[in-house]
Design a protein around this ligand. Structure first.
Ligand SMILES: [Zn+2]
Length: 330
C-alpha cells in the first residue's frame, strides 16, 4: 500500500491520479478484488483482513483526496494562465480610434457656426405635437404633415421628425435676439438606399428685433458656409416651400462627383441639393409670443454632407459599424 501512496504523491496531473484511483478502487482494482475475496474466508480471517483492507482504503483515500486538491489547484492555475488577458498585447501596435464620419461632419459644421457666435441648443428626442408640428406652422389639417412619416407613442407623443422643435423651445425660453443651431438625431418611418429611420440634422435660426434680418443675410451666410465645407463649388438658390419659412429656398451645390458635368449621383443635372432655408414665417412668431422681429432659418442633413464630403455611396454603410469603413477615417 505504501507503494501506491507514493505513486499518488508522485502523480503529475489529474488524469494520472484518476488512473491510479481506478487501478485501486475500480471494478477490477486492487482493493475491490481483495474485498471480493473476503467472502471466501472464514469468519475470523474475514474480520482480520477486512480490518486491514479498510485501513488501506482509508489511507489510500486520504492520500488521494490530498493529491486531488493539490492537482486541481495546479490545473486551475494553468487554465487561468491560458485564459488570462494579456495586457501587453494592447501596448504593442495599439491602434487609436477616430471619430465616426457623422460625428466629425457634425463637429465641422458646429465649429463653423460657433465661430460666428451661434449658440448650440439641444432638445428632447421625444417631442409633443405642439413643438414638432403645430408651432412650426403645421396645424393638424396641414397637407405638409404627410411629408413626414412619424413614429408615435400611444399617449400621442412622438419621436421628433426634425430638429426644428428645438428652435421653438429656444424662442419660448428666451427673448430675441436668437442666434442658434440645433444639431441632433431625428426619426422618420423610412428605410431604403437613401433613407434610414434615424438620421441627423443641423438647423440654424437667427431672429433679431425689428427688420434687421433679411433673405440677403441668409444667402450670404449659407454661401460662405458651403464654401467653407465643400470648397470651390457653384451654389444656386431655388424657390421652394417649407411650412416654417416664407419665402423659402432650397440650396444646391455643383455636383462634387462630376464637377457639374452630369453623373448618376446628380441624376445628370450637375447639381446636388444640400440645404433647405428661408425667412421665418410670421405665423411662427405668434406661437412663441415674439413681436416686431425678423429672422431666417436653415436646415441640413448631416448624413448627406458626410456622404458628399467623403464620397460615400451608400447611406446605410454609415450605420453598420464596419471597421473596414471606419478605419478609412483615421
Ligand atoms: Zn454629378
Amino acid at each position: 500500500m505504501q507503494d501506491l501512496i507514493d505513486k499518488i504523491k508522485a502523480s503529475k496531473d489529474l488524469a494520472q491520479l484518476e488512473a491510479l484511483r481506478v487501478s485501486v478502487l475500480g471494478k477490477k482494482g486492487y482493493l475491490t478484488t481483495q474485498f471480493a475475496k473476503l467472502k471466501e474466508l472464514n469468519e475470523r480471517k474475514k474480520k482480520e483482513l477486512a480490518k486491514s483492507l479498510n485501513e488501506e482504503k482509508e489511507a489510500f483515500n486520504k492520500a488521494y483526496e490530498q493529491r486531488h486538491q493539490e492537482l486541481s489547484k495546479l490545473a486551475l492555475n494553468e487554465d487561468m494562465k491560458k485564459d488570462a488577458l494579456n495586457f501587453s498585447y494592447f501596448d504593442e501596435g495599439c491602434v487609436s480610434g477616430a471619430l465616426h464620419p457623422i460625428n466629425s461632419t457634425m463637429d465641422r459644421i458646429i465649429d463653423y457656426f460657433v465661430s460666428l457666435n451661434f449658440s448650440v441648443e439641444k432638445g428632447p428626442l421625444i417631442e409633443d405635437d405642439f413643438h414638432n408640428f403645430e408651432a412650426l406652422n403645421l396645424p393638424k389639417t396641414h397637407p405638409a404633415r404627410d411629408m413626414q412619416d412619424t413614429f408615435y407613442f400611444d399617449d400621442g407623443s412622438l419621436l421628433r421628425t426634425q430638429t426644428s422643435p428645438v428652435q421653438i423651445r429656444t424662442m419660448l425660453a428666451q427673448k430675441p435676439p436668437v442666434r442658434m443651431i440645433a444639431p441632433g438625431a431625428v426619426f422618420r418611418r423610412d428605410f431604403d438606399l437613401t433613407h434610414t429611420p434615424m438620421f441627423h440634422q443641423i438647423e440654424g435660426l437667427v431672429v433679431e428685433e425689428g427688420a434687421k434680418v433679411s433673405f440677403a443675410n441668409l444667402k450670404s451666410i449659407l454661401v460662405e458656409f458651403l464654401h467653407y465645407f465643400f470648397g470651390d463649388v457653384k451654389i444656386r438658390f431655388r424657390p421652394s416651400f417649407f411650412p416654417f419659412t416664407e419665402p423659402s429656398a432650397e440650396v444646391d451645390i455643383s455636383c462634387v462627383f462630376c464637377k457639374g458635368g452630369g453623373c448618376r449621383v446628380c441624376k445628370q443635372t450637375g447639381w446636388l441639393e444640400v440645404l433647405g432655408s428661408g425667412v421665418v414665417d410670421p405665423n411662427v412668431y405668434k406661437f412663441v409670443n415674439y413681436q416686431n422681429v425678423s429672422g431666417y432659418a436653415f436646415g441640413l442633413g448631416i448624413e448627406r454632407f458626410a456622404m458628399l464630403y467623403h464620397q460615400i455611396p451608400d447611406l446605410r454603410s454609415l450605420f453598420e459599424g464596419d471597421l473596414r469603413l471606419l478605419e478609412q477615417f483615421r
